[in-house]
Design a protein around this ligand. Structure first.
Ligand code: A2P
Length: 340
């Protein structure tokens, strides 16, 4: 029997994540029968490469999804809010990278290493949500720990790269760094303060409870993906002047004793995880090493000596790949293999 193949679309194809989605489809050998690329009217007429071919970028329109089987969206929340239901109504399954649909009870929120079974829920709305980048890398590591020891509480601080904000933010860090090193006026357009040689304890907007939207995404999405609302989660999310790769300092309190040696072995056997933990040799995960590949790196695994059962971990992943495009393509692979 011939292998199934699919008519695929990428919405937001010219963006940082959309571009990587195209590359990930190619790298994964996804069975693409045809690929359509959509962006705003500004990009219509541009071209992008896929499997050695040059493809046109088309303006995203209400009737763009006729004849498409699977659409990967990364064009921002308002585009997803409007166009994902239109795509679903045209019979296409949407894998959406924005936050627009993540907490909708009728939309599954999926990390393939953690809750692949949830994909089946796509039938209700025709949409599957791709989680927040910081949440994805954290739950890839927390899931095996939770299943074995039962997590009571998580305290996380993030060190997030500018690529998570998109192409313009990558340019902003570049331009500000160059201006500062050349004693020139510093341009600023994307972030509320200078990002070069600085840290911003604000990602997304502030909410009434004093947390940012990014921080509450980490809390709410962790509950949904791990299917356990009883886990206490609290987050401080920080933008740092790094181009690619998010890092996280994660403190975990468990119900059962969790010896670091045993946790290291457990994580070394867990899907999607790479343990890099040899402090004596100066080896621990860093964004410059994790960027450009798909595993979630974990190191600095040590006992939290201030509580009965606790751990400290340092988790790093490429936010554009595993935190966004790779995870979306992995979801599409599950869909293609088991459901379509
Ligand atoms: P464009 O390049 O034409 O502006 P990033 O997150 O890197 O900034 O990328 C955002 C992506 O979303 C880009 O591909 C961008 O296209 C696309 N996009 C933004 N607004 C719209 C819109 N209204 N309709 C379709 N695509 C959009």
């Amino acid at each position: 029997m011939a292998e199934k193949s699919f008519h695929v679309a990428v919405a937001g194809a010219t963006g940082a994540v959309g571009n990587q989605m195209i590359a990930c489809l190619e790298e994964a050998g996804f069975p693409v029968r045809s690929l359509r690329l959509f962006a705003s009217a500004r990009s219509a007429g541009r071209t992008l490469r896929f499997r050695g071919e040059t493809l046109p970028v088309e303006e995203l329109r209400e009737d763009s999804f006729r004849g498409i089987d699977i659409a990967l969206f990364s064009a921002g929340g308002s585009v997803s809010e409007k166009f994902a239901p239109l795509a679903a109504a045209a019979g296409c399954v949407v894998v959406d990278n924005s936050s627009a649909w993540r907490m909708d009870p009728e939309v599954p929120l999926v990390v393939p290493e953690v809750n692949p079974h949830a994909v089946a829920g796509y039938r209700r709305k025709g949409i599957i949500a791709n989680p927040n980048c910081s949440t994805i890398q954290m739950v890839v590591v927390l899931n095996p720990i939770h299943r074995r020891y039962g997590i009571r509480r998580v305290v996380v601080s993030t060190y997030q790269s500018v690529s998570g904000t998109g192409k313009k933010a990558i340019e902003e860090l570049h331009d500000q760094t160059r201006a500062l090193l050349n004693f020139l006026p510093v341009p600023r357009a994307v972030y509320p303060h200078r990002i070069a040689f600085n840290c911003l304890p604000q990602i997304d907007r502030f909410l009434d409870n004093g947390y940012t939207k990014e921080e509450m995404k980490m809390v709410n999405e962790t509950h949904k993906i791990l299917e356990d609302e009883t886990i206490g989660v609290t987050a401080t999310t920080v933008r740092v002047p790094v181009f690619y790769g998010h890092s996280e300092a994660v403190n975990v309190e468990t119900r059962k004793p969790c010896p670091p040696e045993e946790v290291r072995e457990l994580l070394a056997r867990s899907p999607g995880v790479l343990v890099v933990d040899d402090p004596a040799a100066g080896r621990y995960p860093m964004p410059i090493d994790a960027a450009g590949q798909d595993l979630t790196w974990v190191g600095r695994i040590r006992r939290d000596e201030s509580v009965q059962n606790g751990l400290n971990l340092w988790i790093v992943a490429d936010n554009i790949r595993k935190g966004a495009a790779t995870n979306a393509v992995q979801i599409a692979q599950l869909l293609a293999r088991d459901h379509l």
